[in-house]
Design a protein around this ligand. Sequence first.
Ligand code: NAG
Ligand code: NAG
Ligand code: NAG
Ligand code: NAG
Length: 438
Amino acid sequence: MSGKGMEDHPRRHGQQQQSAIRSKLKILLLVISANVLCVYLFSGTSLEYAPRIHLWDSQALLQELNLTRHKLYATQAQLADLHRRLSASSSLLETLLNELGKAHGDKTPSDELDGWQKELSGELKLAVGPYKLPLGSTPNLGTDKLYPTLGSPCRRFQVDLTEYMSYEVGKECPSDDIFAQRLMLKGCEPLPRRRCHPKSPSGYVEPTPFPASLWTIPPDTSIVWDAYSCKNYSCLVNRGKAKGSYDCKDCFDLNGREKVRWLHDNGNLDFGIDSVLGTKPPGTIRIGLDIGGGTATFAARMRERNITIVTSSMNFDGPFNSFIASRGLVPMHISIAHRLPFFDNTLDIVHSMHVLSNWIPDIMLEFALHDIYRLLRPGGLFWLDHFFCIGTQLNTTYVPMFNRIGFKKLRWNAGRKLDRGIQMDEWYLSALLEKPMT
Ligand SMILES: *[C@@H]1O[C@H](CO)[C@@H](O)[C@H](O)[C@H]1NC(C)=O
Ligand SMILES: *[C@@H]1O[C@H](CO)[C@@H](O)[C@H](O)[C@H]1NC(C)=O
Ligand SMILES: *[C@@H]1O[C@H](CO)[C@@H](O)[C@H](O)[C@H]1NC(C)=O
Ligand SMILES: *[C@@H]1O[C@H](CO)[C@@H](O)[C@H](O)[C@H]1NC(C)=O
C-alpha cells in the first residue's frame, strides 16, 4: 500500500467528520429556531385576552370569571404543552451535543464519573472511596481496593447527597435525620457514612432499668425533637386519641391498645402470640425480626417470653427508633426495600403487621418475601399479620405470589376490613407460614 493512500485516509475521515458536525449543527439551529417560534406563538395567544369587569352586575361578573377561568385552563394547557416540547427538544439537543462530543473524541461523562452526574468532591468523594488496601497486608478478599457500601440509587440524588455530606468534620452533624430518611426511602440506602456527631439530647438521664423499661414511656429529655411535629411524649400519646392520620397512630400509648395486642387469639385475623408459639416445640423460637414494628410492643411481648426480636422501623413523624431503644429493645432503621442484614437460614421467626401490603409494587413485594424466606431457618415461622389488599387482588395477585415463594400454610385467615363499610371491598389476610424443613 502506498504512503499517499495512508495519508489520504485520515484526511478523508476528518472531512466526513466535519460534514457530519456541520449537518448536526444545522439540525441544532433548526430545533432552536422552531422552539423560538413556538415560544413566540404561545406567548402571543396567552396575552391577547384581558377581561372587562362589570362590578355592578354580579351575573355578568360571574360569567366573566367563568370565562377567565376557562382561558386560564387553556393557557395552562398550552404552557404544559410548551414545557413538554421544550424538554423534548432539550433532550434532543443534549443527544446532539453528546454526538458532537463523541465526534471530537470526548469521553462520555458517565464513563469517567462512574454513574455520578458531576465530579465528586469533599467528604462525599472520601466516603464513596475506593480505599486502597495497604501493600502486603492484603487479606484474601480477591481485591486490592475496598468500596464502602452505598446504595446505587444515591447516584440519582447527587445534589441532595452533596448537601447531606456538607458538614464540619468532627463537629455536630446538621439536624437532618428526616432528610436522610427521605433519601433512604428513595432507595439511597445505605447512605454514605459521615464524620460528625449527631446532636445530643440535652438533659439525658440514665435509661429506666429493665424490665420496667418495657412498659415505661421515657423522659422527654431522652431524645432530640427537632425533626418531629410533636415536641414531647404526651403529645405523641394524645395524638393517638385525636383525629388525624399518622403512622402507627396509637403506638406511643403504652396503656392503650398496645397493652393487649397479641394477647388474645380471636380465631380469625387476630392471632395470639402464645397460640403461634404453641405450633412449635417449647423454647425453639428464640430469635427473630419484626418488620415495621412501630414502637416494638411485639418485641416487648416476646422479650417477656425470653425471645429476642429485632424491630425494624422508620421514623415517620415520630421518634420510633429512640422509643424502641428506651424500652430496652433493639431498633433497626432500615426500609422494606433493603436486603435484610441477616444471614441465610438463621432466624426462628419473622413477624410483620400492617406494613407489607398492597401499596408495595408487586415485584418489590415478591423480592421482600423471598428475602424473608431466605433468612428464616428451616421450620422457621413467618407471621404475616393483617396484610391489606382489595378483594379481587387477593386471589388474582397475592395468593399466587405467596404460593410461588414456597411457604407451607399453617394458618390462613382472610376477612373483610369492616371499619369503612362492606362496599369498599377491603380485605385483610393474616397467615402463619412455615419455611419447609427440607
Ligand atoms: C361556566 O362555563 C361552563 C362552560 O363554558 C358552563 O357549563 C357553566 O354553566 C358556566 N358557569 C357559570 C356559573 O356561568
Ligand atoms: C407537649 O407539647 C405540646 C405541643 O407539642 C404542648 O402543647 C404541651 O404543653 C407539651 N406538654 C408538656 C407536658 O410539656
Ligand atoms: C425467662 O428466662 C428466665 C431466666 O432464664 C427465667 O427465670 C424465666 O422463667 C423465663 N421466662 C419465661 C416466660 O420463660
Ligand atoms: C378467593 O378464592 C377462594 C377460593 O376459591 C374463595 O372462597 C374466596 O371467596 C375468594 N376471595 C375473594 C376475596 O374473592
